[in-house]
Ligand binder design. Structure first.
Ligand code: LLP
Length: 463
């Protein structure tokens, strides 16, 4: 799913099976800045540190597996997005990537808004202190209860996803004596070049109302008629882990086309458009993501050009990056348990976590990198598959990578770029205990989401 396939290079045909990265990196001790959080470095004694704290100390204090989150990097990325889009646009961090109260506080402090897509995320956002008017509420099947909670709290916008929801939200708002600001999510018919499960703008899928066949225009017609709703704009999210801006270009063209039709039919110029999230990050050295300022420049130019062509006032733009902010800021620290060389195939390295803390490899064929972080090694590269401890052969964390041949049980290895959609999609499969998220900054580490305990598991088991 990451764009990185298998890098070109000399084939080690005699030792390597099909479907492996064809060449080991020149130096296994080297940490590629592209995939590691900004304060991650190797100390002179060879141990990797983050936020000024060595991973060996973090493992001792917090155990493994653990997600280690570089708070400085998180804040820097959030700020970079905020600055890149400036005062005339809004950046909504997509909470589904990873949400906790500490994260909500950082976002608030850095001037970002927040996109939530469930009652649980809304509760976390409010409880972390995000002002309700800076929250956008998403989802294709929000319950009446969730809608009521959101409207009562005063969320800044609800993104409507279906004809039923238009009526439902209007009804709840009216019954509360309120007029709710809303956007309508449309599908623009763009094929985003990403994994099928995370592409969301083609028409044959559950999100949004299709532009095709006049359905989106009909949704607008209905929303404009309902007293409980204040329609402020149109929303489009084309998918995730996208590198190519052309999908956004087509999406903006079609969204602006709809704004023009709305102006022509109703005499109303909607003031906002939201182009969603989905910007890709580097999972391996082969990925080359764009910087927020490049993305902002490209999106602003596209929208201004389209609006000029349609003789519309340029609407206020909002974006919803999740992965691009939190993804690169964390890595998962594991301890190596067993090492199983399979002659002529590869070596299986089993760690103390697995698909319960990172489902993305199994679900999307995602590619990740891995490094030995508790020491350096001058040993030859060995082709490995990093696997978890679950009762499932698809329990793969890193499909193909190189680690030093002297790797031994007890070594610590780390998988970078696991800040997004790893803890937030973690499960209790095999009654695994979900790992903690430890935020590290300026030499200090603090747990922001604690490790689950067996008592937590038993507490839910009330039979
Ligand atoms: N806005 C909307 C309406 C979304 O549905 C999403 C992601 C985002 C923003 C944030 O997208 P991001 O910038 O984080 O790519 N679990 C999958 C990704 C599913 C994302 C769903 N919606 C994964 O692990 O790749």
């Amino acid at each position: 799913m990451s764009r990185s396939a298998h890098p070109a290079g000399p084939r080690h045909a005699d030792v390597l099976p099909e479907g492996h990265p064809s060449a080991p990196p020149a130096d296994l001790n080297h940490l590629d800045r592209k995939v590691w959080a900004s304060t991650v470095t190797r100390t002179p004694d060879g141990v990797v540190s983050v936020g000024g704290v060595e991973v060996t100390r973090l493992a001792e204090e917090f155990g493994t597996p653990a997600y280690l989150l570089d708070e400085t990097d998180f804040r820097e990325r959030a700020r970079a997005w905020r600055t890149a889009f400036g005062a005339d646009a809004d950046v909504f961090y997509a909470g589904k990537a990873f949400l906790s109260r500490a994260v909500v506080r950082w976002l608030h402090e850095e001037g970002l808004n927040l996109d939530v897509c469930s009652g649980g995320e809304l509760t976390t956002a409010l409880s972390g202190g995000m002002p309700a008017d800076r929250i956008a509420f998403h989802g294709n099947n929000k319950s009446v209860e969730e809608i009521e909670t959101a409207i009562r709290a005063g969320v800044g916008r609800i993104v409507l996803d279906s004809f039923q929801e238009i009526v439902r939200v209007a009804h709840v708002a009216q019954s509360l004596g309120k007029r709710q600001r809303v956007q309508i999510r449309i599908t623009v018919g763009v094929e985003a070049h990403t994994h099928e499960f995370i592409a969301t703008a083609h028409e044959d899928q559950k999100f949004g109302i299709p532009l095709a066949g006049g359905q989106a225009a009909e949704a607008v017609r209905r929303a404009l008629q309902l007293d409980g709703l204040e329609l402020i704009g149109i929303h489009s999210h084309i998918g995730s882990q996208i590198f190519d801006m052309s999908g956004f270009e087509v999406a903006a063209h079609r969204v602006v086309g709809l704004l023009k039709d709305i102006r022509d039919e109703h005499g109303v110029e909607l003031p906002e458009i939201d182009l969603g999230g989905g910007l890709g990050i580097a999972y391996t050295s082969d990925d080359d993501p764009r910087e927020p300022h490049e993305i902002a420049k490209a999106l602003n130019e596209i929208v201004s050009r389209e609006c000029e062509g349609a003789r519309l006032r340029t609407p206020r733009i909002s974006v919803e990056p999740g992965r691009a902010i939190v993804g690169p800021t964390a890595f998962t620290l594991y301890e190596v348990g067993t090492i199983k060389p399979l002659d002529g195939l590869r070596t299986y390295v089993s760690v103390d976590g697995g698909m319960s803390d990172n489902i993305r490899t199994a679900l999307y064929d995602a590619e990740y990198s891995v490094a030995l972080v508790s020491r350096t090694s001058e040993a030859a590269p060995m082709l490995v598959r990093v696997v978890g401890k679950h009762c499932e052969s698809g329990d793969i964390v890193v499909k193909d990578a190189f680690l030093p041949a002297d790797l031994a049980p007890g070594d610590l290895i780390a998988v970078p770029a696991t800040g997004a959609y790893c803890r937030s999609m973690a499960s209790n499969y095999n009654h695994a205990l979900r790992p903690p998220v430890v935020a590290v900054r300026d030499g200090e580490a603090r747990v922001i989401v604690r490790r689950e305990t067996e008592e937590d598991l038993l507490r839910l088991d009330v039979g």
